[in-house]
Design a protein. Sequence first.
Length: 392
Amino acid sequence: MNAVAKVKENPSEVEMEAPAQPVAAPVAVAPPVQPVPAPKKKRRLGRFFLMFALPAALIVGGGYVWVTGGRYQETENANLQQAKVSIASDTAGRVVQVAIADNQMVKQGDLLFAIDPEPYRIALAQADAAVAAARLNVEQLRAAYSQALAQQKSDSSEVDYAQSQYDRAADLAQKGINAKSSLDQARNDLDKAKQQLAVAEQGIISAKAALGGNPDIETDKHPTVMSALAARDKAAYDLAQTTVKAPADGVISQASSFKVGQFVGAGTPLFSLVETGDTWIDANFKETQLTNMKPGQKAEIVVDTYPGKTFEATVKAIGAGTGAEFSLLPAQNATGNWVKVTQRIPVRLELTAPDARMALRTGMSASVSVDTGVARGFPAIFGHAKAGEAAQ
């Protein structure tokens, strides 16, 4: 039986009965191959590139951005503004109609509210009667002037007659035919006729003055009639002002407490109208940003409410001073612990073509970018340097 058969029959005896195997001679093992180190020169070049070339590239790139920048001056300290009109009544009275509500859109000419017109209708009727009376008075003055002329003509005839009687009496008295008493009576009649003529002439002057110095004056040009017509126009104006209309397109504000039956006084503010057709931007730029900024330059506006929409605008005006200069209590920097703070100056920008489909409301926050057309650049730097040398 061979060795394999013996293993199958009795596996525990495999070691005792297995034939002996020849022992192999020991094999010599080669030592491991060590990696050859890279040349130190290449490693130093890489380190040099990382330490010097990359910062140099960043400096060059940053310098380019700085030199070519400065053309666009930007600020987020800006707000959209709209004109706010205080609505008031020119006449006093009780409100009988209210046609608006708070935050309602209105068009120019729309009815806002109405005041009881009845007292003003009565005043207008009285003014019409006063005009008619003034015109009648002028006609009476014209008739009085004609009467004064007739009286002056009659008195002038009386003077001529008295003068002829006096001359006749004087001639007869000189011839001794007439008595002296007759001459005295003729002289007295002549003096009386002359006095009546003088009174008639004064009556003409008075009647002419009552007609404004012009007897042919038009009735409606007479001062009395003109005064009555002015009073009538005032009454008509007051009646027309009992209906208050919107002066422009806009949104009604602060009108929640305005109701029918309320008594309003002339000139008392009642509510506000924010004009949507008059929109501008007030941007507060740092004083260091205004070096090259001028009115007429183009700008772009981004309102926070519509972040994806850009509005075109134009610089309209630069403020006369900083906000601190126009505050109620201007800062006094006369103390020893003064710290210099960059001031801001308001710049007004006018929207070129606001989108009517977007609801722009006063007070909205905005971002402004003004194109001054002047970058920093090397010529500008050298120009500043030469200017400084010339000043020295």
